[in-house]
Write a protein of this length. Structure first.
Length: 92
């Protein structure tokens, strides 16, 4: 049987301001802060990184990995995940 509380406690112990598991928090909080006015995400000076690098990002088609087989799937990472990867490595 899966010990949900123990696993959550263990996961929470691996979080820190510069650790990988915190990356989701930053992305989630950013988008939630614009939840009531999503048009602000398109305001000048906001997600410009994508626009400036769309040619490279749009050319990347990195498949996800199947949980059971460990093999690549037909599903590819979305642009947001690619940007998350870039800044995780850049800031790490």
């Amino acid at each position: 049987m899966v010990d949900i509380e123990a696993n959550i406690t263990r996961f929470m112990g691996t979080r820190g301001p510069t650790l990988r598991y915190t990356s989701f928090d930053y992305c989630f909080n950013y988008f939630q802060s614009h939840r009531t006015d999503p048009a602000q995400l398109l305001a000048p000076g906001k997600l410009d990184f994508y626009d400036a690098n769309a040619d490279v990002l749009d050319g990347l088609h990195i498949p996800t990995v199947d949980f059971v087989s460990g093999q690549p799937t037909d599903l590819v990472y979305p642009k947001a995940k690619l940007i998350d990867m870039v800044f995780f490595i850049e800031g790490y």
